[in-house]
Write a protein that binds this ligand. Structure first.
Ligand code: EPZ
Length: 424
């Protein structure tokens, strides 16, 4: 398995182009199942996860044309030949579960494996299933599979989520586009990817208002059409490079960053003493010699500080002046990077859902292991700052969500190399 070798201590300077958002692309791809007409997605990120979902879609009968490395992908679900998503596929990538709602809405039935837990938490899908039941679906769980049926079609419903789940909000919205009558989603998530999905669905002929607020209305339609839609820019990728630049020091401009979606991250960086200049789709991050200040953050649903940037912020705080308390409120087990950062010399004490980070003057390179996507990139950030060489293994986690990471970082002067050495 590949590893990354990072020689730390170089400041970063230059421009990084931000790719399309993984977490938006995965839901937009699932939307192709709602229509018999072709859906073309542009600004597609070439990632292990998006490639994986395109294979699952192919296995359902979707014609996929997405040449290697291309940023435009074509999906044609004129013929759906299977409504089954097997365990092996859903287990490997949870977002595969999102084919359930569109298949149920368009075909009237689907059998999709339950995803099971993952490294960062139990991650149940009960809210997804309750939403489909409220829309009139019969749901049975048998042998690890969700068998869902709505033979006479789904019906609009008033759904109040007990807390704002991103996945359940998106999934219910996808299915409700083809339900009879109006669906209202209350206390839904407000993440920017939800508005992106609603914009794409509206382009396809859906009638959705309020996406991006906690009350979304979907007036069901009898059919959707195809079209072309650009995937929004990845706010988590942008936030990650912002933190890399802040941690390593230097002057980096993030080109094509979704600046409106990054408010909480920008506030935290500014409090830490980093210069952030916001332009038209650009974010310029500068830190030249000034010390980082310790800042406390609490992860929250959008517009709060995103859980997907928590690990990266912890790496940044590892060398800040003072002590910062980082509280993870979304997932119950999302501190697995803490012991790995400690291997690099960070001082971190985890107490339940809080990590107390006491800044140290210098990190020191060491072999470390990636445990999940965002955890792995936090180790890369720490490696950029550490003295000497850091070897990050199990970087297949990284390849799930960061497109051309080494190229983007080395383009700004970092020393990051990929090796094909065997992982132990
Ligand atoms: C999405 O996951 C993202 N994944 C995650 O990104 C992100 O961390 C998360 O939203 C929060 O922003 C994708 O978009 C593919 P949730 P999702 O439903 O939809 C609990 C990354 O690194 N919950 O908002 O699964 C759940 O266990 C990934 O790119 C239920 O209890 O997140 C969690 O504690 C990781 N029942 C909380 O809600 C449910 O039915 C929030 O989860 C659904 C969720």
């Amino acid at each position: 398995m590949d590893k990354l070798l990072i020689t730390g201590g170089k400041t970063l300077s230059g421009t990084i182009d931000i790719s399309g958002a993984k977490n938006s692309a995965l839901k937009l791809m699932a939307a192709c199942l709602l229509t018999a007409e072709p859906l073309q997605l542009t600004n597609m990120p070439n990632l292990a996860d998006t490639r994986f979902l395109s294979q699952l879609l192919s296995s359902l009968g979707v014609e996929v044309y997405w040449p290697k490395g291309a940023s435009e992908a074509h999906f044609n679900a004129a013929q759906i030949s299977s409504t089954i998503a097997p365990y092996d596929q859903v287990r490997k990538m949870r977002a595969s579960f999102n084919v359930l709602g569109p298949l149920l809405a368009r075909i009237g039935h689907a059998t999709v494996s339950l995803p099971g837990g993952c490294a960062i938490g139990a991650r149940p899908v009960d809210l997804h299933l309750k939403a489909f039941e409220a829309m009139g679906a019969d749901i049975v769980i048998e042998e690890g599979y969700v068998k869902a049926a709505a033979i006479r079609g789904l019906e609009g419903a008033h759904i109040v989520f007990p807390f704002p789940s991103v996945g359940a909000t998106e999934h219910a919205m996808l299915a409700a586009t083809l339900a009879k009558g109006e669906t209202v989603l209350e206390n839904g998530a407000r993440e920017p990817e939800i508005a992106d999905l609603a914009n794409c669905l509206n382009m396809m002929g859906a009638k959705i208002t309020g996406a991006g607020t906690d009350k979304i209305r979907i007036e069901g339609v009898t059919g959707l059409k195809g079209g072309t839609y650009p995937v929004m820019a990845d706010r988590i990728e942008a936030g990650t490079y912002a933190m890399a630049a802040a941690a390593a020091g230097g002057d980096v401009t993030l080109q094509g960053a979704p600046v409106q979606a990054l408010g909480a991250m920008v506030d935290a960086l500014r409090q830490a003493g980093v210069n952030v200049d916001i332009g038209e789709g650009t974010l310029r991050i500068r830190r030249n010699g000034t010390a980082l200040k310790a800042v406390n953050v609490d992860t929250r649903p959008h517009p709060g500080f995103p859980t997907d940037l928590q690990a990266q912020f912890m790496a940044l705080m590892a060398t800040a002046d003072g002590t910062s308390v980082i509280r993870e409120n979304i997932f119950e087990n999302r501190f697995m990077h803490a012991p790995e950062l400690t291997r690099l010399g960070a001082s971190i004490a985890v107490r339940g859902q809080e990590a107390v980070v006491t800044g140290v003057a210098q990190l020191k390179g060491a072999p470390v292991m990636a445990t999940d996507l965002r955890a792995s990139v936090s180790l890369v950030i720490a490696g950029l700052v550490a003295d000497g060489e850091t070897e990050v293994s199990r970087i297949y986690h990284l390849d799930r969500g960061f497109e051309r990471l080494e190229e983007k970082l080395t383009g700004c002067g970092a020393d990051v190399r990929r090796t094909g050495a065997e992982d132990g």
